[in-house]
Each structure stands twice: as structure tokens, then as C-alpha cells.
Ligand binder design. Structure first.
Ligand SMILES: C[S@@+](CC[C@H](N)C(=O)[O-])C[C@H]1O[C@@H](n2cnc3c(N)ncnc32)[C@H](O)[C@@H]1O
Length: 485
């Protein structure tokens, strides 16, 4: 599942993780070139696996790829040198005009139009509205970046073929070919892509007929279907319960406590000849490598039965999510970092600092009794303002206790709460309303510099979660009422 979508580059982030790519590289490196002359990748997404294959020496000219989304339709048609008008893309019923420019610029334009329509279809919460404003204000910059990514893929995959097509149809074309290797990384969530790319019906195109992939049954179906077929199959399966679609997965690595990523093949023995036997990449346990956890899907149902945790994390890990989710990064890195985990998914990041107490600069001595909340930020979500959940959790003294350990324990003990500073365009940071009190407001070239303060909360996590959910429900109800007026 694409991880986040705060920057267009994320569109190209791909789905596989480093261990999977390393495993694929090993197989592709040793794959007998004379035996396998046809590389077929279905659900090719952002071409991540195809690029690994090309790097390992599989000629792009023998690659056939396909997918069913407009996003990959645009990327694939562009990098394979196809005709973008064949996609028949329309916005609000009108054909989207192509600029008179090289194909990468035309494709960047279509991606931009699609992307903007998707963002405009989101609920009107700060996260999305800020994003839309930024996309419009910096259109040229965003497009230039898209052109760069498209050009890079095109340069690395000369001669690759692409067709918008359902994976099952494409597999049927290649499954009896003993010279074909078929690669897939099917969706981990049923209809996740449909939601991810939803424009509320504003954008349409010549979408190929396809069946929605349901991982609960279709991972197994794919493994069973290919069992005795002539083509060699390798696909990625993320499985939360740890049950693989084949009794002998050719590769596995843990994704947090309960989930696993497997690579499944229809001929494990043949793969083992290339790799020297079954492979398992041992990840570190959750407390030391929280980034191995999946990111919360934007439609994940958070209820008061959800399992919410805060776990200490490395600055580098937390910064990864900040880059992904935060719009116009302003906050400095945190010195004391945590992840917010909801039902096993990464749902937010928290970063504290202690400078207010250890190095108060002249004039800022007002806050020497409060530690600094450098940032508390939530993952994008269709319905919930997860930033508020992250903030509420950050305000718990017991959360801070997990990272202010050792010598810094004394700072926490001496503190009464948190202060935070926000640079905003508006005179109030709406996201903090009801959570922290506005202490000061200063004019700033781009808007305002706002300081907020709150005392530590002693609420436990389940109570915090219930309070969050109740508030969110009330907020949604008042918004829908306001909209109806
Ligand atoms: C998890 S992503 C993997 C993307 C890419 N292969 C990678 O590894 O980065 C799954 C891809 O399958 C595509 N997909 C979903 N249902 C499909 C179907 N029925 N036929 C073909 N592709 C499908 C999605 O559009 C998406 O690009």
C-alpha cells in the first residue's frame, strides 16, 4: 500500500520493502537468462520491482507490465512511449487537454490533474486543505518533480511494454509459457486502491474491466491457480496472521509483532536452487524497529476497542514519517521521539525537546516549567484527525516518561506540562483547539507565531482514546450539520 501522499514523490515510493527487494535482486541476478526470456509483472504500480529486475540485468525490452489504476496507466503509458490520449482521461466530463510538450511533461500534467482532484475530494480537514493550497501554489515545482521521476523510470526501463489490464487476464496470457516469470505484489487491503485514488467521480478514463482483489481469498487463489502452470510465479504476500498461501514460502520477514511478508512461488525448489535455500530476514523486535510496522490505512476503523500504544523510537524513524506526512516541515527534529501505534499500525509521531528547561533563551524564561512539544503529528485519515490523538497522547505525563529516562528523568519530574510553537497562516491553530491553551500570538512574515501551553494530563490511554473518539464524532456531526445549512 502506498505509504502516504504528502509529496508527489511518494507516488513513486513503491510497495516492497528493502528485504523483499534484496531477495528479488538475488533471484533476478541468478535467473537463467536463456530459459526465462519473458518478464511479466502484473499490478506493476510504480514499477519498483521492474526497476530491481532491470538493475539485476533483466532486459527491460522483455518486460510486459500492466495495472488497472489511472495513476499507473499514466506512468506506464509514458515510460513505454505509448499514446496518452488512449487513456481517454476526463475531468468533470471534459477531456483533459494535453500540453504541447514532451510526453513526460504531458504525463506529469495528467498525474497532477488526477492528484489534485483526489485531494479536493478529501474531507475538509486542515491536512488536506493545506495540501491542496500548496499543490496549487507550487504547481510548477510539483510538476517538475513528477517529470523528474517519470524520466528516471523511462531512462531505466527502455523498451518496457505496458497495458492497462486486470492481473488475472494478464496472468492467463502468460501462465502456460515456460519462458515466462510472473511477478506480482497484489493489494494488501481489499479495495484499498480504489479508495486511495478516489476523486469522487470527477475523473474518468478508459478503465479496463477488472475484479477487485480480496487478499483474504485471492492470495490463496493465485497460489492455487499457478501451482502446476508452466510459467514461474513469484508474488509478495503480506499476512497479518502469519499464514502463507503456500506451504513453502521462498522468503519471509516479520512486519512488526504479528504480520509477515512472504514471497510465494509456484516452484519453491527452483527458487531455492537460485538462492541456496529458504531465506528469512530477521527483523528486529517492535521496540527497536517500529518502522517495520505498516502505516495505518486512511480508512482503518478506530474504535474505543482499538489498541493504542506509544513507543519510543529513533529520531531517524520518526523523521521518516514526518517527511511523509507533514506539510511544509517546520519543526526541528525531536530529541525524544515516539511513535503512536493503533491496532499495530503506525498512526502518528511525537517529538519532545527539553530546551525550554535546559537552555531557555533570554525572554523565553516564561516556559521553564514546561518541556517542549516539538511536534505531534498523525497519519492522514479519511475521517479522523489523528494529529489530535497524537497531541492528546503527547500530553500524558506517562507517555513522556517512556522517553525522558536516565539523566533526563529529572527534567520530566520538574516539569508541569508542555509548550509548543506553531507557525501558521491563521491567528489560531485549529488543530490544537480544546487541547492546549493559546499563550501568545506574534505577527510573522508568513502569518503568525503562536505559542500554546498545557499541563500534563494523567489520563490513561483507554480513557484518552474514548475522549478522542467522542470528540471526533461530535466534530463530524457538527460539520455535517454546518454543511447541510
Ligand atoms: C500493493 S501494490 C504493488 C505495486 C508494485 N507492484 C510495487 O511492488 O510497488 C498493488 C498493485 O496492484 C494493482 N491492482 C489491484 N487490483 C488489481 C487487479 N485486479 N489487476 C491488476 N492490478 C491490480 C494496484 O493498482 C497496485 O498498483
Amino acid at each position: 500500500m502506498p505509504a502516504g501522499f504528502a509529496a508527489p514523490g511518494v507516488l513513486f515510493a513503491g510497495n516492497s520493502s528493502a528485504p523483499d527487494r534484496a531477495f528479488y535482486r538475488q533471484v533476478f541476478n541468478r535467473l537463467p537468462r536463456d530459459q526465462y526470456t519473458r518478464y511479466v509483472e502484473v499490478g506493476v504500480g510504480s514499477f519498483a520491482a521492474a526497476l530491481v529486475a532491470a538493475n539485476a540485468g533483466i532486459p527491460p525490452s522483455c518486460m510486459e507490465t500492466s495495472d488497472v489504476t489511472l495513476y499507473t496507466g499514466i506512468v506506464g503509458t509514458c515510460v513505454s512511449g505509448g499514446d496518452l490520449t488512449s487513456l481517454g482521461m476526463t475531468l468533470d466530463g471534459e477531456p483533459v487537454e494535453l500540453p504541447d510538450a514532451p510526453i513526460v511533461e504531458q504525463a506529469a500534467h495528467l498525474l497532477y490533474v488526477h492528484w489534485l482532484a483526489r485531494m479536493q475530494a478529501k474531507p475538509e480537514v486542515d491536512y488536506w486543505t493545506n495540501l491542496v493550497t500548496d499543490m496549487i501554489e507550487r504547481e510548477d515545482e510539483h510538476k517538475a518533480r513528477l517529470v523528474g521521476s517519470l524520466q528516471q523510470i523511462a531512462d531505466r526501463l527502455p523498451g518496457v511494454k505496458f497495458t492497462p489490464k486486470c492481473m488475472w487476464d494478464h496472468i492467463a496470457e502468460a501462465e502456460d509459457d515456460p519462458h515466462a516469470i510472473i511477478i506480482a505484489a497484489p493489494p494488501t487491503y481489499k479495495a484499498g486502491f480504489e479508495k486511495f485514488f478516489d476523486t469522487g467521480g470527477r475523473v474518468e478514463w478508459n478503465e479496463p474491466p477488472y475484479s477487485v482483489f480480496d487478499p483474504d481469498v485471492d492470495m490463496q487463489r493465485l497460489a492455487d491457480h499457478m501451482r502446476d502452470k508452466a510459467a514461474l510465479l513469484m508474488f509478495l504476500q503480506e499476512e497479518r496472521s502469519g499464514i502463507a498461501a503456500h506451504e513453502t514460502p521462498v522468503f519471509a520477514h516479520p512486519l512488526g509483532d504479528v504480520a509477515r511478508a512472504f514471497v510465494i512461488s509456484n516452484r519453491p525448489e527452483e527458487i531455492f536452487k537460485l538462492t541456496g535455500g529458504p531465506k528469512v530476514a530477521l527483523g528486529m523486535s517492535r521496540s527497536t524497529a517500529p518502522t517495520s510496522l505498516p502505516i495505518i490505512p486512511p480508512d482503518h476503523q478506530v474504535t474505543d476497542q482499538s489498541r493504542v500504544e506509544v513507543v519510543p523510537a529513533k529520531g531517524t524513524e520518526v523523521d521518516y514519517y514526518r517527511d511523509l506526512w507533514m506539510h511544509r516541515l517546520a519543526a526541528a527534529p525531536g530529541s525524544y521521539n515516539m511513535l503512536v501505534i493503533v491496532d499495530g499500525f503506525v498512526a502518528g509521531v511525537i517529538g519532545y525537546g527539553a530546551e525550554t528547561m535546559t537552555r531557555p533563551y533570554p525572554g523565553a524564561t516564561k516556559y521553564t516549567t514546561h518541556l517542549l512539544m516539538r511536534f505531534a503529528f498523525g497519519a492522514p485519515h479519511y475521517e479522523l484527525r489523528l494529529t489530535r490523538l497524537a497531541t492528546m497522547l503527547a500530553l500524558r505525563r506517562d507517555s513522556a516518561k517512556l522517553v525522558f529516562t536516565g539523566a533526563s528523568e529529572i527534567l520530566l519530574a520538574a516539569s508541569n506540562g508542555l509548550v509548543t510553537v506553531e507557525y501558521t497562516r491563521h491567528p489560531e491553530a485549529k488543530g490544537l483547539r480544546g487541547l492546549m491553551q493559546l499563550e501568545s500570538r506574534a505577527k510573522h512574515p508568513d502569518g503568525y507565531k503562536l505559542s500554546y501551553r498545557a499541563d500534563w494530563s494523567t489520563t490513561d490511554i483507554p480513557t484518552t482514546l474514548t475522549a478522542f473518539i467522542t470528540k471526533e464524532q461530535a466534530w463530524r456531526a457538527s460539520r455535517s450539520k454546518a454543511k447541510k445549512k
